[in-house]
Ligand binder design. Structure first.
Ligand code: ATP
Length: 380
């Protein structure tokens, strides 16, 4: 049974919890949904499981919750092995989607139902409902039924229903998935605000990398049942572990241009050359399996200059509101080797117009096309 603990004097809503996955794996028949995975989520951390459809995010979350049995491995919550514990004995709240409220109950009943079913003292239940309602600013809605609430208020109530239990951790599976873009942004900000106020350990599943970047302390990037990288948003954005992460994170993804290393220079399409920064020379020499390399850089690493080293032609442009995203072909009109760079919002570009740019040497990255792994440099 879920333990019902009194509110602490500082009105913390959560009992802090670490979640540890040790070589946790899941197979359906012969097929891996999740390959052996190690992950430690710290007390109060907001961790996002991010990846394309079918990569194993939901299965991972369901294994943490106990709704799915592991094939092998161990799950510990606050050091306690819960691998074979029932979901209700893990002190975790699972939010599938916010709209799943009981229609025949008032907001108050929706919130108090589980606590009452567990036999919590009436006064304790009432205090928790009031405190949670105040936190989410839904006190005025307690007597209403879900059908008379706006979409936003229903979201808050569903969140309140999970919060009122004071779980050790909070698991959310694409909770904003069905919402339109505006409302999604609002709710994203609310969940983040709530997290900052309460520091509840949260594991949040999404395939939306913008959501992951905006909300998380750390992102676990998954693909094909395998964890590709675990890191802070800036880390997975600027230092992707491999080509998958480089492409998947960012909108557009990292620019990736195939080239060949020769005498400290990378020869790129269109007879372009990129002189290797000294710091990278030995790392490439040590780690590349051949002389082929992929040069990676984010759009903001390119500085447009009339005398820039890399010569391109405009392939297409797209106004993104605050700036224009230029799609540049390094190889003339073929458009097979493309770079996306940022340009002034007001500027106008003609298709085929020559454009030159330089790259900020601190913002370039390199990948081995054979292993698909990033070349690592000790930045001291
Ligand atoms: P989505 O974003 O589409 O929900 P996901 O990353 O959450 O995807 P999972 O739902 O964890 O992915 O599924 C991972 C893999 O396991 C998929 O190939 C899926 O088809 C498979 N899978 C999930 N549940 C089952 C099941 N009960 N039986 C068989 N295969 C399953």
């Amino acid at each position: 049974m879920l333990s019902v603990s009194p509110l602490c004097s500082r009105c913390c809503f959560f009992i802090m919890a670490t979640i540890e996955l040790r070589q946790v794996e899941k197979k359906f028949g012969d097929v891996y949904a999740v390959q052996p995975m190690d992950l430690t989520i710290q007390d109060g951390e907001f961790v996002v499981l991010l990846g394309p459809s079918g990569c194993g995010k939901t299965t991972t979350l369901r294994m943490i919750s106990g709704l799915e049995a592991v094939t092998s491995g161990q799950i510990l919550i606050d050091g306690r092995d819960v691998t074979w514990r029932h979901p209700s004995d893990r002190d975790i709240a699972f939010v599938f989607q916010f709209f799943a409220l009981y229609p025949h109950m008032t907001v108050r009943q929706n919130m108090s139902f589980t606590l009452e079913a567990q036999g919590a003292p009436k006064a304790d239940v009432e205090k928790r409902v009031q405190d949670t309602a105040r936190l989410l600013q839904i006190e005025h809605l307690l007597r209403l039924r879900p059908k008379s609430l706006s979409g936003g208020d229903r979201q808050r109530v569903a969140l309140a229903r999970a919060l009122v239990r004071q779980p050790a951790a909070f698991l959310m599976d694409e909770p904003l998935g069905a919402l339109d873009a505006d409302f999604r942004a609002t709710m994203r900000a609310e969940i983040k605000k709530l997290h900052l106020a309460q520091h509840a350990t949260t594991v949040y599943v999404t395939h939306d990398q913008i959501e992951a970047m905006a909300m998380s302390d750390r992102i676990v990037v998954m693909s094909n049942a395998v964890v590709q990288q675990v890191g802070a948003p800036a880390q997975v954005y600027y230092d992707p572990a491999n080509l998958f992460v480089a492409r998947f994170i960012g909108s557009p993804g990292m620019n990736l241009i195939a080239g060949r290393v020769a005498d400290g220079v990378i020869e790129l399409p269109g007879q372009n050359q990129f002189v290797l920064p000294d710091l990278w020379r030995s790392a490439l020499a040590d780690q590349l399996t051949g002389d082929e390399v992929v040069l990676g850089f984010r759009p903001e690493a390119a500085q447009l200059r009339t005398d820039g080293a890399i010569r391109t032609q405009v392939y297409a442009d797209a106004l993104h509101g605050a700036y224009t995203m230029l799609h540049l072909a390094l190889d003339g009109e073929q458009g097979l080797a493309m770079a996306h760079v940022r340009a002034e919002r007001a500027a106008h570009y003609a298709i085929g117009e020559p454009i030159r740019f330089d790259l900020d040497p601190t913002m370039v990255r390199f990948f081995d096309p054979k292993t698909e792994m990033a070349i690592r440099m000790d930045r001291g």
